[in-house]
Write a protein that binds this ligand. Structure first.
Ligand code: G4P
Length: 174
């Protein structure tokens, strides 16, 4: 287990909780945020994708943003967060719908055509990977832009897709 995985596991045990399939992390990851822990997690992910010539990081509002920024700082690249509401000022956009099983609602993700370009090498970042609907929408947006998705990384992978890099999986939490 990596140092980042051990630090996160320790934190979940002391300040969080695992309730069946739901992991409670809102006192250090996705409501109140511990930037020191976030940096440790980001360094692990940045190290894993350091040789992938990443041009930009792409995440979705809201809780992916903190990790996306931390990884972007490590890799020294910009990050984009897909918006869940299309601003009036966003003229041309890529868009894809995502159904959240947790929230039981469909959300459309929007990315301006002014920030994502053909052939750019994109790293997807999020806090959780659950059913994969966010990633599916992101894949659609990247494809609309004719950019290239070179990696996918999350803090906790609750799903079965092994191409999604994660610090911890459900297995580690048992
Ligand atoms: P999917 O994108 O992989 O299909 O996942 P799903 O819709 O089932 O759930 C994604 C949303 O639920 C995400 O928030 C994610 O942060 C949250 N989530 C999923 N599993 C857990 C968990 O075990 N613990 C916690 N705390 N949150 C979880 P979102 O709806 O995309 O929006 P936002 O909260 O980032 O704004």
């Amino acid at each position: 287990m990596t140092d980042a995985a051990q630090a996160l596991l320790h934190r979940i045990k002391t300040d969080g909780a695992v309730d069946g399939q739901i992991i409670k992390v809102d006192t250090f990851l996705n409501h109140m945020v511990d930037p020191t822990l976030m940096r440790v997690l980001a360094q692990e992910i940045a190290g894993r994708f350091a040789d992938q010539q990443v041009d930009k990081i792409l995440t979705a509002e809201t809780s992916g943003i903190m990790l996306a920024q931390a990884v972007a700082e490590e890799l020294n690249v910009p990050f984009i967060y897909a918006k869940k509401k299309k601003p009036l000022t966003m003229t041309g956009s890529y868009a894809a719908a995502s159904y959240s099983f947790t929230k039981q609602e469909t959300t459309t993700l929007y990315v301006s055509q002014e920030v994502l370009f053909p052939a750019e090498r994109i790293l997807f970042i999020d806090d959780f990977f659950a059913k994969g609907s966010t990633l599916k929408a992101i894949e659609e947006i990247v494809s609309q832009a004719r950019a290239v998705l070179v990696g996918k990384a999350v803090i906790i992978n609750k799903g079965v897709r092994e191409d999604v890099h994660s610090i911890l999986t459900m297995e580690d939490l048992r």
